[in-house]
Design a protein around this ligand. Structure first.
Ligand code: NAP
Length: 373
């Protein structure tokens, strides 16, 4: 399906709409050319409130538009129609309604992992297309762990799912910057092993996140579960789709993850050993010319360039580069070749945009464009 043929916007819902990632979904969807927000869902403490009241601290740079601010927050409960998926009815004013008001084809999940475990499959079974940020289903054999620039073909896994709808996930917010930086090097030169040290922003811990007394004047050298994700998710993302399953890539990755006092933007210091000897300028050329399916398809949230390389030794920095190209690009700098590994460099990506809500929206755009929705 070609996006230009979309006659009207696709109704979408947000699970966990009140949290850090949920708010970023709202911000990015407000003026989205294909999607319109039809349902906002969160925990019992928020249900029944207007969205503006349920959000403890709105993080967006613009006020919430009134048509969204006044929406009632609903429970994370799909409309269940065991035969045909979500059922759409009209009310007296000819507005579309479902029995509990969750009138949408796609639900973006920004749920806390425990809630994601409880609710995401309910929606998928009921016929919704669930596009999730949560870790729960990322490594399921039949669930795509999707980065549209890297493994768009993995969407075929949806056909092996037994849900009436489907579940598609995006990677951990540090994994995503790393894999986009590695992809052009993997394709052009091959990668043997990687060592990565992350410096992760506070918004990655949700709201209200880390107590100020713990992070001011401090760095915390541990983020629960994070190192495993950064070490294991890339092998699935870089894996090949082999007719109904993914054959994992075998790059060896070691990760150490730290929380630092930055609002948004994860910085990662990467060392790697390539499979062949390569000139520095060839690596930079591979990054600067990297382009893939989202760019070819001109998807609305696709960055014009997935990777920006900076020659300036002081860049990239979270404060200055995290919003590059709609917050969807990865910024790289400080490429050096003279140390224990072949090369080392620094990579930056926006954890809430490319690493969460923006990445999930790009996934959904690809699903629509390719006819999965
Ligand atoms: P957050 O700020 O803590 O938000 C959590 C959301 O989940 C809130 O909307 C909350 O609703 C809802 N929720 C919690 N328990 C619930 C329950 N029992 N039933 C229904 N809703 C419930 O967390 P976040 O940072 O936005 O992260 C959301 C998800 O995205 C997590 O799985 C996280 O690992 C993942 N992720 C986060 C980032 C990031 O940079 N922050 C990046 C990538 C992935 P209430 O407000 O009503 O409690």
């Amino acid at each position: 399906m070609k996006n230009k043929k979309l006659k009207k916007k696709i109704p979408v819902g947000i699970l966990g709409a009140t949290g850090m990632v949920g708010q970023k979904f709202v911000e990015l969807l407000i003026n989205h050319p294909w999607f319109e927000i039809a349902a906002l869902m969160a925990s019992e403490k928020s249900v029944g409130k207007k969205y503006r009241e349920a959000v403890t601290m709105w993080q967006g740079s613009e006020p919430i538009p009134s048509h969204v601010a006044d929406m009632e927050v609903r429970a994370c409960k799909p409309d269940i129609n065991p035969v045909r998926g979500p059922r759409f009815k009209r009310d007296r004013n000819q507005r579309f309604l479902t029995s509990n008001g969750v009138n949408c084809k796609i639900v973006f999940s920004a749920l806390d992992p425990i809630a994601a475990q409880e609710f995401e499959e309910d929606f998928a079974h009921a016929g919704y297309n669930v596009v999730s940020n949560a870790r729960i289903h990322r490594m399921d054999d039949n669930v795509p762990l999707l980065v549209p620039e890297i493994n768009p073909d993995h969407l075929e896994l949806i056909k092996t799912q037994s849900y009436k709808g489907c579940i598609v996930t995006n990677p951990n917010c540090s994994t995503i910057g790393l894999v986009i930086a590695l992809k052009p090097l993997l394709d052009n030169f091959g990668i043997e092993k990687v060592n990565v040290v992350t410096l992760q922003a506070l918004s990655g811990a949700g709201y209200p996140g880390v107590a100020s007394l713990d992070i001011v004047d401090n760095v915390i050298p541990f983020i629960s579960g994070e190192e495993d994700k950064v070490e294991n998710e890339p092998q699935k993302i870089f894996g090949s789709y082999a007719g109904s399953k993914i054959e994992y890539n075998d790059i060896a990755i070691s990760a150490q993850c730290n929380r630092v006092g930055v609002r948004h933007g994860h910085l990662e210091c990467v060392n790697l050993k390539l499979k062949q000897r390569v000139r520095e300028k060839d690596i930079i050329h591979a990054w600067r010319t990297f382009s893939s399916e989202p760019q070819e398809l001109n998807l609305p949230l696709a960055p014009q360039h997935p990777v920006y390389y900076f020659d300036n030794d002081y860049l990239p920095q979270p404060k200055y580069q995290r919003d590059f190209d709609k917050g969807m690009a990865v910024s790289i700098g400080r490429l050096q070749n003279k140390h224990v590994f072949d090369y080392k460099f620094v990579v930056l990506s926006h954890n809430l945009v490319r690493g969460a809500a923006g990445g999930a929206i790009l996934n959904a755009e690809l699903m629509v464009e390719k006819g999965y929705v």
